[in-house]
Design a protein around this ligand. Structure first.
Ligand SMILES: NC(=O)C1=CN([C@@H]2O[C@H](COP(=O)(O)OP(=O)(O)OC[C@H]3O[C@@H](n4cnc5c(N)ncnc54)[C@H](OP(=O)(O)O)[C@@H]3O)[C@@H](O)[C@H]2O)C=CC1
Ligand SMILES: C/C=C/C(C)=O
Length: 329
């Protein structure tokens, strides 16, 4: 018998999450049946979508949604032998039983010197999101100028680096001086701290006086409204996320940018990385190759201890992370 510890959502978040919204639940798991495996979490991911989707897809008392990198510790399913590693969306839990249908084995030949935690980050869902946003949504071309916000995070840091690989000028914004220094290290052409500038409009204009061909938007809200004004005619926008509004209790009202979009003939596309799932195998190989060649730095912000999941999650929403926020059990 194995004891599984899980973090449950005790109360729907109202504004920014707080400690009392979460509680630990412990349960005994049965032995796996034929066709099943017993999994043990090694790394867990904390992501912005957990805040967004909690209101849409969860009820109070549910285990917090989420993805983890797990090891098979008992197996009655020959497709997943003991000792193999999988990515699974079983939530914030230390142990789980699966019939294998929802498990994704980590890429074959995963190099020994690359942490498996990257399967939750740059060589996983956030990396794929950056890649698909650039190639499938924006169709970014050599010589173009790209703006990305939340640029020092999991998705943003991959976006900026891929844009540099493609021969583009990259401008990034992030929320601290340490993050700005990190973006410069990654090769961003221009980077600024959006929390300390006096005018976003001026910062964007100074970074690229001729405007932007492409905008990879992770933040939404006021930032997007200002940035849309700086797009070139026929500019393209990949609307990846809008983290600046996820903790709002009431929808924001404000500037309605439709005349700008119309006047500049902008193309704006919201997207999920899952749209291109059929390309994931090949795409992960490309991300891994860039990582091994040193063209893609895969920084992580690792919190130790399953008991610190809520703190890691809230820290990520606050902006504590440089690179991908991960919890190591
Ligand atoms: N469409 C898709 O398929 C996917 C979309 N996403 C979206 O991409 C975005 C980035 O996700 P991810 O890379 O995982 O997360 P990050 O690793 O970037 O972490 C979140 C970051 O958001 C920034 N942030 C928090 N609040 C604000 C705010 N009010 N204004 C501006 N920035 C803020 C913080 O950085 P800072 O210090 O710079 O403020 C924080 O570090 C999110 O919007 C997420 O929902 C993610 C994955 C898939
Ligand atoms: C899969 C992730 C989606 C968002 C919006 O974060």
């Amino acid at each position: 018998m194995v004891q599984a510890k899980s973090w449950v959502l005790v109360k729907h978040f109202d504004g920014f999450p707080k400690d009392s919204d979460f509680a630990i639940k412990v349960e005994e798991l049965p032995e796996p049946k034929d066709g099943e495996v017993l999994l043990e979490a090694i790394f867990l991911s904390v992501d912005p979508y957990m805040r967004l989707f909690s209101k849409m897809h969860m009820k109070e008392g549910d285990v917090m949604i989420g993805t983890q990198l797990a090891k098979v510790i008992q197996s009655k399913n020959s497709a997943f032998p003991v000792g193999s590693h999988v990515v699974t969306s079983c939530g914030w839990t230390t142990h789980s039983i699966s019939d294998g249908k929802e498990l994704t084995p980590v890429m074959a030949d995963w190099p020994e010197d690359v942490s498996l935690s990257l399967a939750l980050g740059a060589i996983g869902m956030p990396g794929l999101t950056g890649l698909y946003g650039i190639e499938e949504v924006l169709g970014l071309k050599e010589g173009e100028t790209l703006l990305v916000n939340a640029a020092a995070g999991a998705v943003g840091s991959v976006v900026g680096q891929i844009a540099k690989i493609k021969g583009c000028k990259v401008v990034g914004s992030a929320g601290s001086e340490a993050k700005v220094a990190f973006l410069k290290e990654l090769g961003f052409d221009e980077a600024f701290n959006y929390k300390t500038i006096t005018s976003l409009e001026e910062a964007l204009r100074k970074a690229s006086p001729d405007g932007y061909h492409c905008f990879f938007d992770n933040v939404g809200g006021d930032f997007s409204n200002v940035a849309l004004e700086q797009m070139k005619h026929f500019g393209r926008v990949a609307l990846c996320g809008s983290i600046s509004v996820y903790n709002d209790s009431f929808p924001q009202t404000g500037i309605f940018p439709h005349t700008t979009i119309n006047h500049k003939e902008l193309k704006i596309q919201g997207f999920w990385d899952t749209q291109w799932k059929h390309k994931d195998g090949e795409s992960l190989k490309r991300l891994m190759a860039w990582c091994k060649q040193g063209k893609l730095q895969c920084r992580e912000h690792v919190t130790k201890g399953f008991e610190n999941m809520p703190a890691a999650f809230m820290g990520m929403l606050r902006g504590d992370n440089i690179g991908k926020a991960i919890v190591a059990v």
